[in-house]
Write a protein that binds this ligand. Structure first.
Ligand SMILES: Cc1cc2nc3c(=O)[nH]c(=O)nc-3n(C[C@H](O)[C@H](O)[C@H](O)COP(=O)(O)O)c2cc1C
Ligand code: SF4
Length: 426
């Protein structure tokens, strides 16, 4: 990100010297009152959360991001369905500043789950363009998340009917034996090219940015992790070796889309598994990714092997005064990286979100599950009704997707409200 663009982002890191919007958190602790009352004369613009910013020319009306959330609502080829488009336009009408789509697979063998969006070939450009246009029409800004499932890709078969082994940095040891196939250098080169081609398709389809998924143990994240990456070649071993694939993907994406298009990354703060990526690793890798051309980093954490500390935590074991799961790591990142930090995971209150921005933990607040049960949460907070998100973090929405029902919040449905702000999902 250029210095000029960074200057457009008022609340930069606490050590950057430009933190105009970093205010004393104590000013705001009282502001998160839980009652549904709109204060007389409430001025949404007074909150740093509603300051307009820009990331490499992408103008954002507020500091709220919809974190990528797989809905299980694409068709089996990976095209958006009308119900999925409606979900995104609901988010746009709900004043989410930046909507990041669910993960879109960049190659067929990197497809992670059924009814996932795809951006793996040129036939996807037109259907994806329809969704971007609908979001723009509804006043929103949208980034496409680019992903490869790596060792967690779906089992499939090739044209001859032989099983396709999921690709990874190294074979994975499981209770039932070795799983996956260690990628050859040619496989790695093909993945770099696939991400770059997908980024170009996203731009052609009208998306305002791309976000490269390097979190949660999927392909790029697994290369970063000493647990999954046991390679001894140039793509493993040292920190620079483990980071090489992600760096090459970012650099190739940047070269493919040009200098005037935002390239974001989502990465883990740490893996929360023995021998996994640490916070120290993350800070060093973030610097390498920034050098390679990344414009903002969204910080998450965990893998599917992390148990209670996986990416979709329930509240169990989380002290109430530490609402955001990765806030300490975010503070370290924000102090050490020159691009904006987006923080996801656990944020449920307006006061908590405001504190994180004002105290310099993050520049943007990302939300996933709260926007499943309340697509208009940001608009509600903007109106001055600052009651916390009603999300219980119990992941029942996720299981609805896994059961092929399409993701929705059953609690909202049971209460008689419509799942989406614009009406029935049927
Ligand atoms: C149903 C569901 C699907 C998800 N799909 C994705 C995804 O496609 N890509 C991604 O990076 N994270 C995905 N996540 C993780 C979320 O983006 C987010 O990191 C996590 O839910 C923690 O944030 P929250 O506490 O605000 O929900 C998903 C989460 C849920 C609940
Ligand atoms: S099912 Fe509803 S309450 Fe539970 S995590 Fe999902 S959105 Fe939140």
């Amino acid at each position: 990100m250029s210095a000029a663009d960074r200057a457009e982002t008022p609340a930069s890191g606490p050590d950057s010297g430009s933190g105009a919007a970093k205010r004393d958190a104590a000013d705001h602790d009282a502001a998160g009152a839980a009652e549904r009352v709109i204060p007389a004369g409430y001025d949404a613009a007074a909150s740093a959360l509603f300051e307009p910013t820009a990331i490499r020319g992408m103008h954002l009306p507020n500091r709220f991001v919809r974190s990528a959330t797989w809905e299980g609502m694409a068709d089996e080829e990976g095209r958006p369905t009308p119900e999925l488009v409606r979900l995104y336009t609901d988010l746009a009408r709900g004043h989410v500043g930046l909507i990041v789509t669910s993960h879109a697979f960049v190659t067929l063998e990197g497809k992670a789950v059924h009814q996932q969006l795809g951006v793996h070939d040129d036939t996807m450009i037109e259907p994806l363009a329809g969704m971007a246009a609908a979001v723009h029409e509804a006043g929103g800004t949208i980034a496409l998340q680019l992903a490869h499932g790596g060792l967690w890709s779906m089992a499939g078969a090739d044209a001859a009917g032989d099983p396709i082994q999921p690709l990874g940095p190294s074979v994975r040891d499981t209770d039932s034996g070795p799983a996956g196939r260690e990628m050859a250098l040619a496989d790695i080169q093909a993945v770099v090219e696939a991400f770059a081609a997908a980024a170009v398709r996203a731009r052609m389809a009208g998306y305002d940015a791309v976000q490269i998924h390097a979190a949660h143990g999927y392909l790029l994240s697994s290369f970063l992790s000493p647990l999954f990456n046991r390679r001894t070649d140039m793509y493993g071993g040292s920190l620079a070796g483990r980071a090489r694939l992600a760096v090459e993907v970012v650099a190739a994406g940047r070269a493919a889309v040009g200098e005037d298009y935002p390239v974001l990354v989502k990465m883990n703060s740490e893996d929360f598994v023995p021998d996994g990526m640490t916070v120290d690793d993350m800070v060093a890798i973030a610097a390498l990714l920034t050098e390679a051309g990344v414009d903002a980093i969204e910080l998450s954490g965990g893998t599917s092997l992390s148990g209670d500390l996986g990416p979709l935590r329930t509240r169990a074991g989380i002290p109430q005064d530490r609402e955001a799961y990765y806030q300490d790591a975010a503070l370290r990142l924000n102090r050490n990286v020159r691009v904006p930090v987006m923080l996801v995971g656990g944020v449920r209150t307006f006061a908590g979100a405001e504190h994180l921005v004002n105290a310099g933990y993050a520049d943007y607040i990302s939300l996933s599950r709260p926007l499943v049960c309340e697509p208009d949460l940001i608009a509600r907070w903007e109106r001055g009704d600052r009651a916390p998100s009603t999300c219980r973090s119990d992941n029942r929405c996720f299981y609805k997707g896994l059961k092929r029902e399409g993701m929705y919040c059953p609690h909202v449905a049971a209460a008689g409200a419509q799942p989406g702000a614009s009406g029935d999902r049927s």
